[in-house]
Design a protein around this ligand. Structure first.
Ligand SMILES: C[S@@+](CC[C@H](N)C(=O)[O-])C[C@H]1O[C@@H](n2cnc3c(N)ncnc32)[C@H](O)[C@@H]1O
Ligand SMILES: [Mg+2]
Length: 357
């Protein structure tokens, strides 16, 4: 029995490193548009919800970006946060603190590329923090602002029961209720662990912004663009297996550990955790990037090729993504006809006795 896909996600699957033509850095313009779309929301979040008086005499303001990858998007998000915090301190006549930014991702993330591309004129100290954000990464009550964008759709692992049930596809969409429910349960468990760790690390009155692809409440998975796209990606593998280019059994045992959750699912876990108040939960304005098949294909490759290489071998990558691009020429309209909802959540850490600060 193949176990590669569980084990690989245990070590943590990372985006394609470096700054070459197939790197995440060069193929994540959609995620950059998401970061740009959050600028105003972050500004409002800080202006309305961050109170410098909660941190009297603060010398250093700690910002963490979780699942930062290699840049440049993380630098955009971090700058948006720092600009907003400076503005808030200025307008309330409080002394502006220094900023320490903690860039987190899995251990295998290409932190070298991240460090080499740090903005030269940055107004913050930078450190890298390796490890999974599903567990504790920072000391108690040490963070003032946590940000995470397009990372919390990743599960810590493929749910065990899916390995044997999800034959003939690499994604939960279309696999039936049982498989989808297993993914939903895994996401809820992972998110609960994520929140527990952040509750330990974020200072009372500290803020957390979570941005992620999502499924609107009550909407079937089949109407969500994110799922339609991954469904087409999944059928690319099946086509290659039919042509004898990859092993059918390998397709059965391969599963993408990603799940677009709904506001309802997130809210239930946040309430259960009890340490955060939900200050905002809303959809981002629609990202209007013109989707072009080869751009979408390259973007998908920069995100998934590490996982695929490990399971199927490097030699299938070029032909797989060429076929995926060709399929998208026909079917990108199906993705575009679905609902593409990106969620913006603003949480605030309650006081030690769990009253809202
Ligand atoms: C699509 S990238 C998003 C990167 C960046 N935030 C952006 O918006 O461009 C998702 C990132 O989340 C990271 N990631 C996924 N699960 C993680 C975990 N459990 N702990 C830390 N990082 C994780 C991946 O390694 C990857 O770099
Ligand atoms: Mg499978």
């Amino acid at each position: 029995m193949e176990k590669a896909n569980i084990e690989s996600s245990k070590h943590g699957h990372v985006m394609t490193g470096g700054s070459g033509t197939q790197s995440y850095a060069k193929n994540s313009s959609f995620q950059r548009d998401v970061a740009d779309a959050t600028k105003l929301l972050i500004q409002n979040a800080v202006s309305e919800q961050l109170n410098p008086r909660n941190f009297p005499g603060l010398e250093t303001f700690y910002v963490a970006d979780l699942g930062c990858s290699v840049g440049p998007n993380t630098f955009i998000a971090v700058q948006n946060i720092i600009d907003a915090v400076k503005l808030k301190y200025q307008s309330s006549n409080d002394k502006i603190p220094e900023f320490q930014v903690l860039f987190n991702d899995h251990t295998q993330n290409d932190f070298n590329t991240l460090f080499k591309s740090l903005p030269l004129n940055r107004e913050y100290y930078a450190s890298g923090v390796p490890g999974s954000f599903h567990s504790n990464l920072f000391p108690r009550a040490s963070l003032h602002f946590v940000h995470t964008s397009y990372s919390l759709q990743w599960l810590s692992c493929v749910p065990k029961e899916v390995i044997t049930k999800n034959k003939g596809r690499i994604y939960h969409f279309g696999a039936g209720e049982e498989v989808t429910k297993a993914y939903a349960r895994q996401h809820a468990t992972d998110f609960a662990n994520f929140l527990q760790a952040r509750a330990h690390e974020i200072v009372p009155g500290g803020l957390m912004v979570i941005v992620l692809p999502s499924r609107p409440n009550g909407v079937s998975h089949s109407r969500v663009s994110f799922n339609i796209l991954n469904g087409i990606f999944s059928s690319t593998f099946v086509d290659l297996a039919k042509k004898g280019m990859i092993d059918e059994e390998k397709v059965d045992t391969f599963n993408l550990p990603i799940y677009p959750t709904s506001p309802q699912e997130l809210e239930a876990t946040i309430k259960q955790n009890g340490c955060f108040s939900i200050e905002k939960i809303e959809s981002l304005p629609k990202i209007t990037t013109a989707d072009v098949p080869h751009v979408v294909s390259l973007g998908t490759r920069a995100i998934t090729e590490g996982l695929i290489k490990e399971h199927f071998g490097e030699e299938i990558l070029d032909v797989l993504f060429e076929h995926f691009t060709n399929k998208l020429v026909e079917s990108l309209k199906d993705v575009e006809s679905g609902l593409a909802v990106n969620l913006f959540l603003l949480l605030k850490r309650k006081d030690e006795d769990n009253t809202t600060v």
